[in-house]
Design a protein around this ligand. Structure first.
Ligand SMILES: Cc1ncc(C[n+]2csc(CCOP(=O)(O)OP(=O)(O)O)c2C)c(N)n1
Ligand SMILES: [Mg+2]
Length: 347
């Protein structure tokens, strides 16, 4: 397992240290703090009935944000339902993240110029799509990668193996990031697979695999940066396994983690918290302070407020909107429904 920062925020692997400027280190911390605040707000907004479906991310900030930070804007992102923070830092307006949570079709419409697909709900389907986009980039001679996020449970799905195999066979510039948060809803990873690590599932596909401390932003960044460089240099894809944990429930749909996790396990992982160790590391370098932290928290709160207001002011979706966005040319049955609902909505 690659680790650079230990739980105390001390550098334990100097030679693996990524080349990041002071400003970049601070920006990474800012993104993690911002996301923690957003996560807390999203959960309370959900309880107030102001947001819909939401998959909590607290605990996974390093795994999510340090990996996205290693990518270029032109790289193609294929997220899962949990990977909304990476999508936002890759360019999706926050308002759209809220609309997605509300099930509004505009939340799934990625603006022109943002190289990402909408979040995938079908477990591991993004792995085959990632292989395809990566091959497309290679065929067009682009110096970019396609990168995708999925969970530990996803590595039991056929699409995962197909995606890895295809990308390996064609040496496509793909980066597969399996966030091993130890549970697929309530199923522990030990029951999910007999494989000792998820990273070793790369071996059968003939591609690189690496397991990293997913609570360590520097290790996640270094591993992802290297995987990206290898991919664009024609060295083929990599599977990265990040060892991480989600502190909250699977989603806001109503699972109760106390029924499948012990308090001891929760406590063990909370001690590994990515924000605590990165904050210590930056404070020791004189790069982070209480004021920086507060400024970031305020910025996050202001942005959330403004984005939510914009989402509230977005016209409610109509049945005709849903029909119109589905196909360029409608089949006869949808054409009939379109006419029916155009009539109903005009009243
Ligand atoms: C093909 C498919 N099967 C089942 C589901 C239902 N489902 C939604 S999330 C989930 C668990 C996924 O766990 P994991 O891959 O570890 O990702 P995590 O949610 O922990 O990030 C399942 C089984 C689904 N969405 N798609
Ligand atoms: Mg999981």
């Amino acid at each position: 397992m690659l680790q650079i920062l230990n739980e105390e925020g001390e550098v334990v692997n100097e030679k693996a240290m990524p080349d990041l400027s002071d400003d970049e280190l601070k920006e990474l911390m800012r993104r993690m703090v911002y996301t923690r605040i957003w996560d807390q707000r999203a959960l309370s907004l959900n309880r107030q009935g102001r947001l819909g479906f939401y998959a909590p991310v607290a605990g996974q900030e390093a795994s999510m944000l340090a990996s996205e930070f290693a990518m270029e804007d032109e790289d193609w992102l294929l997220p899962s339902y949990r990977d909304i923070p990476q999508l936002v830092f890759h360019g999706l307006p926050l308002t759209k993240a809220f609309l997605y949570s509300r099930g509004h079709f505009m939340g799934g419409q990625i603006p022109e110029g943002v190289n990402a697909l909408m979040p995938q709900i079908i477990i591991a389907a993004q792995c085959t799509q990632c292989a395809g986009i990566a091959l497309g980039l290679k065929k067009r001679g682009k110096k970019n990668v396609a990168f995708t996020y999925f969970g530990d449970g996803a590595t039991s799905q056929g699409d995962f193996y197909e995606g890895l195999n295809f990308a390996g066979a064609y040496q496509a510039p793909a980066v597969f990031i399996s966030q091993n948060n130890r549970f697929a809803i309530s199923v522990p990873v030990e029951k999910q697979t007999a494989s000792k690590t998820l990273a070793q599932k790369s071996v059968a596909a003939g591609i690189r695999g690496i397991q990293v401390d997913g609570m360590d932003p520097l290790a996640v960044y270094a591993a992802t940066k290297e995987a990206r460089e290898n991919a664009v240099n024609g060295e083929g894809p990599t599977l990265i396994e990040t060892l991480t944990y989600r502190y909250g429930p699977h989603t806001t749909a109503g699972d109760d983690p106390t029924r499948y996790r012990t308090e001891e396990l929760d406590n063990e992982w909370e001690k590994k918290d990515p924000l605590i160790r990165f904050r210590k590391f930056l404070e020791n370098k004189g790069l982070w302070s209480k004021e920086e932290e507060e400024k970031t928290v305020e910025q996050a709160k202001d942005d959330i407020k403004a984005a939510l207001k914009e989402a509230d002011n977005t016209p409610k979706q109509k049945v005709t909107d849903l029909i119109k966005i589905m196909s360029e040319t409608l089949p006869y049955n949808l054409q009939e429904q379109l006419e029916e609902y155009t009539e109903k909505e005009s009243k």
